[in-house]
Ligand binder design. Structure first.
Ligand code: NAG
Ligand code: NAG
Length: 388
């Protein structure tokens, strides 16, 4: 008996793995655009991994590109990527929200962090099922003033999205929104209700190990990102602090950039004898700050556990704080006041158009600062969110 079982077992396993081999990202030839050669990094990838990052950079799809974009072009491409994604999901009636480094970029100036090379969004399980059922491999063509030449974006859903378990470590990304001209993409993950979570009901888990109490996510807040309507988690500040540490919300020197409070922009700090292109490969050392997982704030997972195979090298590292950095509570009100005053002083000698521009910029700025100052309630979270 026992012996026959031992003989059968390897056979069963090999059948299972043979089935899994079929589940690769859509074949290069089936989605080929301009490239002669497939640059997908399948070499090191396990057989059951669906999405393959390129051989030259983990944030490019090797079926569509063979090299990284220079700094400026990448920023434009990433901006177009998230704008088209948000617009498409809005058209399809799919509710999606910004997360991780993308949410952090929103916090600072409602834009993608310039050293980032991908974007992260989440959605509910129901939404992911809807996209998988009706829109897998759909190509959306966008020709807009910002994309005058037109561009194709492809939505690809990982068939492993039906596996809810975190043990499926090769497939923590449930779907991708891919720019078929540059190979850049947005990682889409599902926040699933976890019915067996020790903290009880209302816990959301992602396959990449992130967990959130649903009252931290829902009800979503409406906002703008890269000039496009977008949604963010209800308790965005807590979510960001839990993931990146409180300093990530105040530290103004990071990854060879400095945040300019007047322009509300991250300005690259020029490095002598280096072309701007060189700044794109920023690999700060691994984040070391650790936080304990609490039942109340379950999203405070150890950062190291995040996406083990799809690690983002440019992840923000808050502990690099400069000693002279001031706390926002002390600095912000002053900065805001100074700015308002300046605009008033300028009034008499400025041309009307310039004044209008300045006023708009000041308003936007004030709105952003207000958002930063207001902290969502933590003691009494809002009414129970919708359950799937
Ligand atoms: C989406 O389409 C690709 C290409 O045909 C396929 O490999 C993949 O399994 C599909 N995903 C889903 C969720 O069906
Ligand atoms: C539910 O949460 C537990 C504890 O964090 C985790 O081990 C498990 O993988 C989660 N289940 C799902 C389906 O995400």
């Amino acid at each position: 008996m026992r012996l026959s079982w031992l003989i059968t077992l390897p056979a069963v396993l090999s059948v299972a793995s043979a089935l899994m081999v079929e589940k690769r990202d859509a074949d290069f030839l089936s989605v080929r655009t301009k490239q002669r050669k497939d640059m997908s990094g399948k070499r090191g990838d396990r057989k059951d991994k669906y999405f393959h990052e390129s051989t030259f950079h983990p944030h490019y799809d090797g079926r569509f590109a063979e090299k990284q974009l220079p700094y400026h072009e990448r920023r434009v491409a990433l901006s177009n990527l998230i704008q088209t994604y948000l617009a498409t999901m809005n058209d399809l009636g799919v509710e999606t929200w910004l997360m991780h480094g993308t949410l952090l970029g929103w916090w600072w100036n409602r834009k993608i962090l310039p050293w980032d090379s991908d974007s992260d969004v989440q959605m509910s399980e129901k939404s992911m099922t809807y996209l998988a059922t009706f829109y897998n491999m759909t190509v959306f063509h966008y020709k807009t003033p910002r994309i005058p030449d037109g561009r194709d974006y492809m939505l690809e859903i990982n068939p492993h999205y039906v596996n809810r378990e975190q043990t499926d470590k090769m497939n923590v990304i449930d779907a991708r929104w891919i720019d078929t001209s540059s190979g850049l993409f947005i990682d889409m993950t599902t926040a699933r209700y976890n019915y067996t979570h020790p903290a009880g009901e209302g816990m959301l888990s992602c396959k990449d190990g992130h967990e959130y109490r649903d009252t931290y996510i829902f009800p979503l807040r409406d906002t703008y990102f890269e000039g496009t309507p977008a949604k963010i988690p209800f308790a965005y500040k807590e979510v960001l602090e839990a993931e990146y540490g409180p300093k990530s919300l105040t530290l103004k020197d990071y990854a060879d950039h400095r945040f300019d409070d007047q322009k509300l922009e991250w300005i690259p700090m020029p490095k002598p004898l280096k072309k701007p292109e060189d700044q794109k490969v920023i690999t700060p050392p691994k984040k070391v700050e650790e936080k304990k997982v609490e039942v109340k704030k379950p999203e405070e997972k150890k950062p190291e556990e995040k996406k083990p195979e799809e690690k983002k090298p440019e992840e923000k590292k808050p502990e690099e704080k400069k000693p002279e950095e001031k706390k926002p509570e002390e600095k912000k009100p002053e900065v805001k006041k100074a700015e308002e005053k300046k605009v008033e002083e300028k009034k008499p000698e400025q041309a009307a158009q310039k004044e209008a521009q300045t006023t708009l910029a000041t308003k936007t700025r004030a709105a952003i600062l207000k958002v930063r100052e207001s902290s969502p309630p933590t003691v009494n979270p809002p009414s129970p969110p919708p359950k799937i």
